[in-house]
Unconditional design. Structure first.
Length: 296
């Protein structure tokens, strides 16, 4: 098996350059722990826990389920009436303290600027990864001192933006204009997407929709079968418009990644499938197994 060494695997100490996305409602220990166990970086999404007590209990549960590294996400609500129900940066500060005290070393922020959280993480000696939807915001995150930035392509899900680009443009341009390492998100759902992102210069891939198509994802089987499996999103005009014409706004629905999903698997198999298929492709390219690929 090829060993992938990137700034992300070095920072987080995980086996594979794969990070779980943040998930409103779903990003809890039973879903995140198998990602860490499989060699990726599982993420507990803090805003799913309305009290610090429940958040801390979830971190403890996570630790009981995996001895591998994992992280926490703080999805910061932007200003404005539409986002009045979202937690804001100040609401998260006690959660940030709890996560630092717990010993979490790498944390992610998303949705809106989070410099106060980031500064506190750095003061405590932790790493800060910020996720955004545009190259403009990635550049500004770099100015604010983030250690790594995740950029979500328009084919992905989450917050949409009128100047959002594709994953191909995001990562290749980011490599030209940013000094910090970048993580690719949006539409990645198989070994080819994984390898393509690394070839474009990404330090890791961030998976959202693909991880929903797993046994451990806490959504109904009916949803998995009717919204995730065998969806030819690329041929479906309504779905296409939802994703690419910005009507998606901030509703967390599966992304264009559904175009590549044809079965529900345990998370371990899902991640192994990416890595095994990636190895087969690399072998075809003449990159021998047991080689260490360093992408620093
Ligand atoms: C059901 C669902 C809920 C999500 N909730 C959040 C969230 O609360 N905060 C956030 O930053 N991103 C959220 N996302 C976005 C993912 O973290 C990730 O950036 C995105 O799914 C990547 O694109 P992909 O789905 O094409 O892999 C969510 C995605 C889905 C599918």
């Amino acid at each position: 098996m090829v060993k992938f060494k990137t700034p992300f695997t070095e920072m987080t100490k995980v086996k594979y350059p794969i990070i779980m996305g943040a998930f409103a409602g779903l990003g809890k220990a039973d879903f995140a722990a198998p990602v860490s166990e499989a060699g990726g970086f599982g993420i507990i999404t803090a805003h799913n826990f309305k009290t610090i007590k429940r958040f801390k209990a979830e971190l403890e549960k996570m630790q009981s389920l995996t001895s591998k590294p994992f992280g926490v996400n703080f999805s910061v609500g932007p200003p404005g009436e539409r986002f009045r129900h979202f937690m804001k940066e100040d609401d998260f500060m006690p959660y940030v303290e709890a996560a630092i005290d717990f010993g979490i070393k790498t944390m992610t922020t998303s949705a809106y600027k989070a410099k106060k959280i980031g500064d506190r993480l750095h003061e405590a000696g932790c790493f800060w990864i910020h996720k955004c939807a545009t190259l403009k915001h990635a550049k500004s995150a770099e100015k604010h001192g983030v250690d790594m930035v995740t950029i979500v392509g328009i084919e992905g899900t989450g917050f949409k933006n009128p100047i959002q680009n594709t994953t191909l443009i995001n990562i290749t341009v980011a490599k030209k204009i940013l000094k910090i390492p970048v993580i690719a998100a949006g539409g990645i759902a198989d070994a080819r997407g994984f390898l393509a992102a690394l070839m474009m210069g990404a330090a890791a891939v961030c998976l959202g929709t693909l991880l929903m198509a797993t046994e451990e994802c806490p959504i109904s089987d009916n949803f998995k079968q009717t919204k995730l499996v065998n969806q030819k999103g690329y041929n479906d005009e309504n779905f296409y418009k939802k994703i690419f014409h910005l009507s998606l706004k901030d509703s967390p629905v599966p992304s264009m990644a559904v175009s590549l999903i044809d079965e529900i698997l345990p998370i371990k198999d899902r991640i192994e499938q990416i890595i095994n298929d990636a190895n087969k492709i690399l072998e075809k390219w003449g990159i021998a197994p047991n080689k260490s690929i360093t992408l620093i």
